[in-house]
Ligand binder design. Structure first.
Ligand code: NDP
Length: 285
């Protein structure tokens, strides 16, 4: 019996390390220290881990990182005031508010309060509009990271049939816009889609961003397709899995990202790149 062919496993960790090194080299050449402020409201354990990771990665790249910790019972007015202080602080080039925010705080109002030029998450309506309009602005880190992964492994995007599973403002929608800007033929599928499997099976490039453990099965994959798994799901037994059933899909796909070690590291690396981009743009004026 011949063994099933195994897809190329895309090493997001290595590609992200190369990007971080590139950002660090550019920062060293820039002649100034970019500043990143991460606002963390409350004590969500997963958020605290993400914030520590971002903080460490920023420092390693020569970016001055500051975490502003506010208690879970902070009022909306206090969060907005903290953001205003950061908007006015000339040493800060990037502001990131760690989501989700505690109940009672209006996420949209908080994001809209961030100076669009410092919005390194790319969630401010000005940056969302620029991306929708096909103009360069600050682009959300996770979909930006996915585009860089696709390019790093030489996937042909122009003309490819790309299917994006999920339509959140954080991942799915900006992902689809970036793929469209790169001339893919893009389909977005979501919880109201009639036949998810059939839609996914048409994809040359499949991006899964659903938040449902291993929802994408091996028979949803077109042979040879590139499969990018954005999902991060913690199972009751403590295991971390993506939205893609890796072992099944790797037998069919041409290339596939693992979880962990795929998209996650790229998100952090792109945050550093966005901070540098914002810093350079602010200094150009
Ligand atoms: P959201 O919950 O905001 O969005 C999920 C999307 O998936 C929605 O559009 C929803 O459809 C769709 N969906 C949910 N269930 C189904 C289903 N059964 N069938 C079809 N579609 C479904 O999640 P996010 O976009 O924020 O995150 C998605 C995943 O990516 C999560 O696991 C998250 O942890 C991970 N993530 C990873 C990051 C990284 O750095 N690797 C960064 C950000 C997120 P509808 O709109 O119809 O409700």
């Amino acid at each position: 019996m011949t063994a099933s062919p195994i897809a190329r496993v895309i090493d997001g960790k290595a590609i992200a390390a190369a990007l971080r090194a590139e950002v660090a080299a550019k920062v060293a050449k820039a002649g100034f220290t970019p500043g990143l402020a991460v606002v963390l409201v409350g004590e969500d354990p997963a958020s605290s881990v993400y914030v520590r990771t971002k903080d460490r990665a920023a420092r390693e790249a020569g970016i001055a990182a500051r975490t502003i910790r506010l208690p879970a019972d902070t009022t909306q007015a206090d969060v907005l005031a903290a953001i205003q202080t950061l908007n006015d602080d000339d040493s800060i080039d990037g502001i990131l508010v760690q989501l989700p925010l505690p109940k009672g705080i209006d996420t949209k109002a908080v994001i809209e309060a961030i100076d669009a030029e410092k919005d390194v998450d790319g969630f401010h309506p000005t940056n969302v509009g620029q991306l929708a309009d096909g103009r360069p602005g600050l682009v959300p880190c996770t979909p930006l990271g996915v585009m860089k992964l696709l390019r790093a492994v030489g996937v042909e995007i122009a003309g490819a049939r790309a299917v994006v599973l999920g339509r959140s403002n954080i991942v799915g929608r900006p992902m689809a816009r970036l793929l469209l800007a790169a001339n893919a033929t893009v389909t977005i599928v979501h919880s109201h889609t009639r036949d998810l499997a059939a839609e996914c099976r048409r994809a040359d490039i499949l991006i899964a961003a659903v938040g449902r453990p291993e929802i994408v099965r091996g028979d949803w994959i077109q042979p040879g397709a590139t499969v990018i798994d954005v999902g991060i799901n913690r199972l009751p037994d403590g295991r971390l899995v993506g939205d893609v059933a890796f072992d099944e899909c790797a037998k069919v796909a041409g290339a596939i990202t693992p979880v962990p070690g795929g998209v996650g590291p790229m998100t952090v690396a792109c945050l550093l790149e966005n901070t540098l981009t914002a810093a350079l743009a602010r200094r150009r004026g």
